[in-house]
Design a protein around this ligand. Structure first.
Ligand code: TYD
Length: 215
C-alpha cells in the first residue's frame, strides 16, 4: 500500500557501518522528539515486523549463511523492507508520527550493490519496488573511519561475530565510501555526521538538523 497523499509524518533513516552508533543516536533523538510532543515510532532493518525478524534470522544467523548468494541476500533484505513499509511505516506516517528507521533502502544500495558488487540498476529497481513511494525525508549517515568501526564491532559483548560482521576490512572500506558517495549525490536528503564525536556532541548536532527539517 503506497502512500496516497503527502502524509503529515516524517521518515528519518539512519545509515552507516556497523559500530557507527546508530542505535544510541536513534534512542536519543526519539527522546527529543517525544519531549517536543511528537509521536515517535522506531524500527530497524532487517526486522521491525515478525516476518522481518524471521527473514533477519535467515540472513544473519543461518548456519548455511556463507553459501547465500548476493542476489538472495538482496531479495531477503528488500522482502523484509517491503513488509515493514506496509505494516509499520505507512500507517505511522499517515497518523502523523515521526518514524526513525535503523537502516533503509540505502543499506541495500551500499551493502549489496557496492559491497557485493551487484549491478546498480536492478538493486535500484528492486529497492523501488519494495518501498513504493515511501522515501525518507532525511537520511542521517553516521560516518566513522573503518578501523574505528571494526574496533567497535570487536568490542561488542556479543559472542561470535555474525555473518555480515565477518567481512574483511576492504568490504567495510567500500561500505563507508559508498555512503559518502551516495550522500554527495543527494545532498537534499542526506546529512553526514562525524561518528567520532562524543555521543552528546553528536546527539546535539543530529537534533539541531532534525528540528530544522521538521520546522
Ligand atoms: P544488525 O546487527 O541488525 O544491525 P547493525 O549492524 O546495523 O547494528 O545487522 C544488519 C546487517 O545487515 C548489517 O551488517 C548490515 C546488513 N544489511 C545489508 O547488507 N543490507 C540491507 O539492506 C540491510 C538493511 C542491512
Amino acid at each position: 500500500m503506497p502512500l496516497k497523499s503527502k502524509p503529515t509524518g516524517k521518515l528519518i533513516s539512519f545509515e552507516g557501518s556497523e559500530g557507527s552508533g546508530k542505535s544510541t543516536q536513534i534512542s536519543r533523538l526519539a527522546a527529543h522528539l517525544q519531549k517536543a510532543g511528537r509521536e515517535v515510532i522506531s524500527t530497524r532493518e532487517p526486522g521491525g515486523t515478525e516476518i522481518g525478524e524471521q527473514i533477519r534470522n535467515i540472513i544473519v544467523h543461518n548456519s548455511k549463511g556463507d553459501e547465500m548468494c548476493a542476489e538472495t541476500e538482496l531479495l531477503l533484505f528488500t522482502a523484509a523492507r517491503a513488509q515493514v513499509v506496509r505494516e509499520v511505516i505507512v500507517p505511522a506516517l499517515t497518523r502523523g508520527a515521526v518514524v526513525l528507521t535503523d537502516r533503509y533502502l540505502d543499506s541495500s544500495t551500499v551493502y549489496q550493490g557496492i559491497g557485493r558488487n551487484l549491478a546498480a540498476d536492478p538493486v535500484a529497481q528492486i529497492n523501488r519496488f519494495a518501498v513504493g513511494n515511501v522515501m525518507p525525508d532525511l537520511t542521517v549517515v553516521i560516518d566513522v573511519p573503518t578501523e574505528v568501526s571494526l574496533a567497535r564491532i570487536r568490542q561488542r559483548a556479543s559472542d561470535l561475530p555474525d555473518r555480515m560482521e565477518r567481512e574483511n576490512i576492504d568490504f567495510y572500506k567500500k561500505i563507508r565510501e559508498g555512503y559518502l558517495v551516495l550522500a554527495k549525490g543527494m545532498p537534499d536528503r542526506f546529512v553526514v555526521f562525524d561518528g567520532t564525536l562524543s555521543l552528546d556532541a553528536l546527539e546535539k548536532k543530529i537534533w539541531a538538523t532534525v528540528k530544522e527539517r521538521l520546522a
